[in-house]
Design a protein around this ligand. Structure first.
Ligand code: ADP
Length: 296
């Protein structure tokens, strides 16, 4: 699987990339991280990038394209990769297209994390505070002034990529204002809908989304693989819809979750009543109660 995560600084690309890495065993290729490592090591690339990065500008296209091209050739990237922070300009995107073509590799999706700009400064401030608490070194460009410049770079140079990939039918937009795990789930659903991941890998996150209902479905599907496949196809379709209409999609998800919770509660109550009845020795009636209430 090969995907690009697109979004302004503080949109959660790095966080989501790490979660996807854990789940799918693919690598995260972050040009920001690679450049920071080059700066720390004092390599020629690092020397070139140091000042530009500290001021919130963009490192020249040919430098980052070169880094990415070499990195994609490494054995650990063979399984797939998540590009985080690259491409950042239209020429970089065009270079990536060319590069992938030469290497006979296909891009599965471009996931855009859309966030309210007003939330970004807060997010970065929180990140800085947490890093300080952990005693980690804080990025020199994580200051309000440089962040403003990074945001401006994003708006003028990176945002046009939304149009670039949407024209090529590669773009999926996810609401990045949701909680971290909800964003992760939305990305999974989208990857599933696109056929970039196997339904099997998805079922783990799905089971987390609505435990009672999904666990039951999983049990059933283990017995009836044909049915499971049908179900997966159905949920893939629903996921596609939800991503297109994030607000309505999330409302529907809440509704389903509420429904599942109500059903679960009804079942629990019915079971408790049944247990009481059994205690009293009325085994027969207990069975009836369970059946009747569980249905509702
Ligand atoms: P963020 O996305 O949070 O701003 P990154 O860690 O992705 O931060 O990048 C940090 C800095 O590294 C950028 O501000 C820029 O100077 C440089 N950089 C990273 N990726 C690229 C790229 N693809 N093209 C040009 N410069 C880049």
């Amino acid at each position: 699987m090969r995907i690009i995560l697109l979004g302004p600084p503080g949109s959660g690309k790095g966080t989501q990339a790490q979660l996807l890495v854990q789940r799918y065993g693919i690598v995260q290729l972050s040009t920001g991280e690679m450049l920071r490592a080059a700066v720390a090591a004092g390599t020629p690339v690092g020397l070139k990038a140091k000042e530009i990065m500290a001021s919130g500008g963009l490192v020249p296209d040919e430098v980052v394209v070169g880094i990415i091209s070499d990195r994609i050739d490494q054995p650990d990237a063979r399984n797939g990769f998540i590009l985080d922070g690259f491409p950042r300009t239209v020429p970089q995107a065009a270079a990536l297209d060319e590069l992938l073509k030469q290497k006979h590799l296909k891009l599965d999706a471009v996931i855009e994390l859309r966030v309210n700009e007003s939330a970004l400064l807060n997010r970065v401030e929180t990140r800085v505070a947490q890093m300080r608490e952990r005693g980690e070194e804080v990025r020199v460009d994580d200051t309000p002034e440089v962040l403003t410049k990074r945001l401006a770079s994003y708006r003028t140079q990176t945002e046009p990529l939304i149009h670039y990939y949407s024209e090529r039918r590669k773009l999926s937009t996810i609401d990045g204002m949701m909680a971290i795990d909800e964003v992760t789930r939305a990305i999974h659903r989208q990857l599933l809908a696109l056929g970039a991941v196997e339904p099997k890998a998805h079922s783990r996150s799905a089971a987390k989304a609505a435990p009672a209902k999904k666990a039951k479905a999983a049990k059933k599907s283990a017995k009836k693989p044909a049915k499971a496949a049908k179900k997966a196809a159905k949920s893939a379709k629903a996921a596609k819809k939800a991503v297109k209409k994030p607000v309505r999609g999330s409302k529907a998800a809440t509704k389903t979750a509420t429904k599942a919770a109500t059903k679960k509660a009804a079942k629990k109550a019915a079971k408790a009543t049944a247990r009481k009845a059994v205690k009293k020795g009325a085994k027969k009636s207990a069975k009836k109660v369970t059946k009747k209430r569980a249905k509702g």
